[in-house]
Design a protein around this ligand. Structure first.
Ligand code: K7E
Ligand code: CUA
Length: 649
């Protein structure tokens, strides 16, 4: 009897959990996504110095993919396969690493639309487009006339443009000058990149600006559509010991760019064509041959603000601002202020009025500086120390991260007051609400990303993963739900309901559409072709063998190209390819795809190759051999799988 009664209690409890509204959920229940069930949101976290983009499910915090973007990824051959190398080409050569900061989803009418996500690279200035059909990088554009691309890759409401801005001013064009000539020779650029068509990213124009450090950006929407806002620091123009020398002034500037006006100036010919060199890399046919190519661009259009009146205004902003965030309505512009004791909020409508009234307090290089009081909506009193970044919940609240005091504050920004605060562990940088920088936030969760982890996880020696923390913000008070281990340093993140992305994702590449020049569509077509010192191996994979799997006639001094086509047409059946002694990486080949690995054998012998992805019960049997003979040997090309070895004389 007693046992039965106990069972009864357990099942009642289970029903209560499923109905969920029956009682207030615990944090554990709020993040628990049962096995086999899906998360509500995709979250995309930049990888910082990993150069990649991590994909998590929210609310579970489960890591579901790492998308290689600016760093090579031996795990799947990104940057190692012949098809992907071109993506990482720059005017400085092949760059295997990058520092990603700000992912930004494409938007339609100011709302994330789930087509693409963009992300910037700070060190060797670039931006990338990731296709959310395949979750892979399909395009990378280098930014000319830049030294460090940080204020990037923020979108305009219809993805007309993404932004870029020079974090480190440099001589433009580059030249050999004394560093001490900073004030005279160094400049910045604010760049607008046409981004609405895949494969067609281009620098539409750059605006030449004074030599400050341009830090963050966000673009206007609603009434402020047509504008983008960039923070700057180091208006002192220091070139050494910036921690002291760039913290002298009370206020630095937000640069307000009227990009509609810039378009007009371009139309009217008010620009200069500057000679330069930069790379545009893209996959022209991401579902066909899937081969990336590089184009070298030689010039760029540059606008000089004093020749295009009205294109740019400076908004004084306290003090060494970092983030700049525009609320969903487009009226309120909230700035971080790393060293500020107030949280400044600018009003867009007041800014426009101040421009009409010429309410200026001076100018720099022909750029009017607006009067602070004329544009200020308010200063939120006693916010916290070190406010950095703000996101919005769409219900009238802003959430601002505070680095120094390690907390997030919830601000009723129209009333200009703090209404809630919650500690974060520790030293929070960016924070993210799904859609939180768009016109339509899905204000259910908040994810602050912390710079210091310390004791949050079981220790792993001196180097620790960063920690993100998920808060429930659906109620009046922020509630901490869970800690999420992050890869690299996620500076910023984006999230979008899974329902806007998942139905459009691709499961396989259609073999029929594969027009790679070295595709092998059936085992009958597999072959080995010698062209002088080059040997091209047209190889297929299917559970659980390679065709061919025995290859002879390779010689020391040959360059061997393994063109591996995975002829499977089922979801989630990749095959891997690795060959003994290869100096690059493996290939992970998706169904219907062709990928190429180059191999230069150095010594005679017999070299095994095998499938690296446990694809079937006979995966361990999925292997083969390449025979390598001395340079002067007389061994003919011979290949096959099973009985028939074909000989090529
Ligand atoms: Cu780390 Cu946006 Cu690069 Cu602030 S940035 S934290
Ligand atoms: Cu194919 Cu393992």
């Amino acid at each position: 009897m007693k046992r039965k009664w106990r069972l009864g209690v357990i099942s009642a409890c289970a029903i209560g959990f499923i109905a969920s509204a029956a009682h207030a959920q615990s944090p554990a229940e709020k993040v628990y996504v049962p096995p086999g069930k899906h998360d509500e949101f995709y979250a995309f976290l930049s990888g910082g110095f990993s150069g990649q983009l991590s994909v998590y499910g929210l609310p579970s915090g489960r890591l579901i993919k790492v998308i290689p973007v600016f760093s090579v990824n031996p795990e799947n051959g990104y940057g190692y396969s012949e098809e992907t190398k071109a993506l990482l080409m720059t005017s400085h050569g092949f760059i295997p690493w990058g520092d990603t900061h700000h992912p930004e989803l494409s938007q339609t009418n100011g709302v994330p639309d789930g087509r693409w996500i963009f992300i910037n690279e700070n060190n060797t200035p670039r931006v990338a487009r990731i296709d959310l059909k395949t979750f892979e990088t399909i395009e990378i554009l280098e930014i000319p006339n830049s030294g460090g691309n940080h204020a990037s890759a923020f979108v305009t409401p219809n993805t007309e443009y993404i932004t870029a801005g020079t974090r480190f001013s440099v001589p433009i064009p580059q030249k050999d000058v004394p560093i001490a000539s900073y004030a005279e020779n160094f400049k910045g650029t604010l760049t607008f990149i046409r981004a609405d068509k895949p494969g067609k990213m281009e620098v539409a124009f750059q605006i030449l600006v004074p030599g400050y450090d341009y830090d963050l950006a966000h673009c206007g929407k609603g009434p402020s559509y047509g504008w983008c806002f960039f923070t700057s620091y180091n208006t002192e123009q220091a070139h050494t010991l910036l921690e002291i020398n760039a913290s002298q002034k009370d206020k630095d500037y937000i640069a307000a760019v009227n990009w509609k006006r810039a378009e007009q100036c371009i139309k009217e010919g008010k620009y200069h064509v500057m000679k330069t060199e930069y790379y545009h890399n893209y996959m022209p046919d991401p579902e066909g041959d899937r081969i990336a190519i590089s184009e070298v661009k030689k010039e760029v259009k540059v606008i000089i603000p004093k020749e295009c009146k009205g294109v740019l205004y400076f908004l004084p902003t306290p003090k060494s601002p970092h983030g700049v965030d525009v609320d969903p309505s487009g009226e309120y512009i909230i700035a971080g202020g790393k060293l500020s004791t107030v949280l400044p909020i600018h009003s867009f409508s007041k800014m426009i009025k101040a421009i009409e009234n010429k309410d200026f307090v001076g100018e720099v290089d022909g750029i009017p500086i607006l009067r602070y009081e004329a544009i200020s909506y308010c200063e939120v009193p006693n916010p916290c120390l070190g406010p950095l970044h703000t996101e919005f919940d769409g219900k009238g609240y802003a959430y601002t991260s505070c680095f120094i005091t390690s907390e997030v504050i919830k601000v009723d920004y129209k009333k200009c007051k703090v209404v809630d605060r919650a500690p974060t562990y520790y030293a929070v940088g960016h924070l993210m609400i799904p859609g939180g920088d768009s016109a339509k936030p899905w204000g259910k969760y908040l994810l602050p990303m912390n710079k210091i982890t310390k004791d949050r996880f079981i220790p792993t020696g001196p180097e620790l993963f960063h920690v993100g923390q998920l808060y429930d913000i659906s109620g009046g008070k922020m509630q901490l739900l869970s800690d999420i281990a992050e890869i690299g340093e996620p500076h910023y993140a984006q999230a979008i309901p899974a329902s806007l992305v998942a139905p459009k994702t691709l499961k396989i590449f259609e073999l029929e559409k594969n027009d790679h020049p070295y595709v092998t569509k059936s085992e009958e077509e597999a072959k080995v072709v010698r062209k002088g010192n080059e040997v091209h191996i047209y190889m297929t994979t299917i559970r659980s063998h390679f065709t061919p799997d025995n290859i002879e006639g390779i010689k020391v001094g040959d360059t061997v190209y393994f063109h591996v086509t995975n002829i499977e047409q089922d979801w989630d059946v990749p095959h891997g390819f690795a060959v003994f002694g290869a100096e690059n990486a493996e290939l992970l080949v998706m169904p219907g795809e062709t990928r190429t690995l180059v191999w230069k054998p150095k010594k005679p012998g017999v070299y095994p190759f095998y499938c690296t992805d446990f694809c079937s019960a006979l995966h361990q049997e999925m292997q083969g051999y390449v025979r390598v003979s001395p340079r002067d040997a007389n061994v003919p090309i011979k290949y096959g799988t099973g009985d028939e070895m074909k000989t090529v004389r």
